[in-house]
Design a binder for this molecule. Structure first.
Ligand code: NCD
Ligand code: ZN
Length: 345
């Protein structure tokens, strides 16, 4: 039995760091484990310009622990009105990607896109400048069942975007369904997907275990077992189109434990350990390094990291909560329960 593994330091290709005191509270968890992260732009107000993204980047750098070596990769929040000029500025300003949220799909997505054709000018500019498009791939129509929203997004929108902009590099973020897996497998090389730890470890039963479990509610919502298994198989398959993105999304305990709980699971505190558990359970620890440390960097055309990390198989208990600043706390995934692997620091 493997009890220790050493591999190239991973990157997190989908992360919510928030801002202010919450940023300072959560950032050390990510910076300890990951060399780089794609930082989501859904702040309030959203990060819609390169100037805002670079200012946010500076706040992240200022909040980093002194000893940390971590590089935030910044993204812009796509809106109906984004211009080709803003895309050119983004490319020149080293922005890594542009994020599409359908308006109203998830946390802080009120300013998101109301109809895809409104973004075609921006998408054409992104294709020209080779700036990747990151998709929150869910439709928001209230008549579509919440468990079907990813599949319908692929049918109605993703096929169309891929056809219209054949050279545009696209990441379908946090995939949750067998249909998404199959779409990515048969898509051109320009299209990839990120996979979270919670979507490979949990199925939708986890939201209803003995009662309503708001800390297992995120978007896209957990799906039935058949889909969890398909997403896990994709993650451990060694196919470079699938790579790590935690979608760690901290919310205060009070916002989660509410009559209208907001979506988001916090997993940065065990951001690589939870995947290690899932890969071990699947008998695929040998596939972890590619998924966590190589394929995302290759897709973004960035150098692979050189540093290594080591994990040992020694269980630890996750705290019930972590401080989030301003008297708030965040309840992490697995709170009060064991994680089988730990990072050697
Ligand atoms: C994210 C958040 O809280 O910012 N929530 C989530 O459930 N994943 C937004 C998102 O990525 O959908
Ligand atoms: Zn997200």
């Amino acid at each position: 039995m493997t009890t220790k593994i050493t591999f190239t330091r991973p990157d997190d290709w989908h992360l919510h760091l928030r801002d202010g005191v919450a940023l300072a509270a959560v950032l050390p968890h990510t910076a300890l484990r990951f060399a780089r992260a794609i930082v989501m732009p859904n702040l309030k107000p959203p990060v819609t310009t390169t100037a805002l993204a670079l200012a946010y980047r500076k706040r992240i750098m200022d909040a980093l622990p002194k000893e940390a070596r971590f590089e935030p990769l910044m993204t812009l929040y796509l809106t109906d009105n984004m211009t080709a000029e803003e895309i050119a500025l983004a490319k020149a300003g080293q922005i890594a990607a542009v994020k599409y949220y359908p308006a109203g799909a998830t946390t802080n997505s009120e300013s998101g896109v109301t109809a895809l054709p409104k973004t075609y000018t921006a998408l054409a500019a992104m294709e020209e400048h080779d700036l990747p498009l990151l998709l929150h791939g869910e439709v928001t129509d209230s008549d579509v069942d919440v468990f079907d929203r990813e599949k319908i997004f692929i049918d109605r929108h993703l096929n169309e975007i891929a056809k219209r902009f054949p050279k545009l590099r696209i990441v379908l973020e946090h995939i949750t369904t067998q249909e998404a897996v199959e779409f990515i497998q048969s898509a051109p090389r320009t299209i990839a997907a990120t996979i979270t730890a919670h979507h490979v470890l949990l199925n939708r039963n986890a939201m209803f275990e003995g009662g309503l479990r708001p800390h297992h509610y995120s978007l896209p919502v957990l799906k039935r077992e058949q889909h969890r298994a398909a997403v896990l198989r994709a993650a451990v398959s060694g196919n470079p189109k699938f790579f790590l993105g935690t979608d760690s999304a901290p919310h205060s305990k009070s916002a989660k434990e509410s009559a209208c709980s907001c979506a988001g699971i916090y997993s940065a505190h065990a951001g690589i350990e939870l995947y290690t558990e899932a890969f071990e359970q699947a008998g695929a620890l040998d596939k972890l390094e590619g998924f966590a440390s190589f394929y995302g960097a290759d897709f973004y055309r960035l150098p692979r990291n050189e540093e290594k990390i080591t994990l040992i198989k020694e269980a630890w208990t996750v705290p019930q909560e972590y401080a989030l600043g301003d008297g708030n706390a965040v309840v992490p995934l697995r709170a009060g329960q064991a994680v089988a692997w730990q990072l050697l620091t």
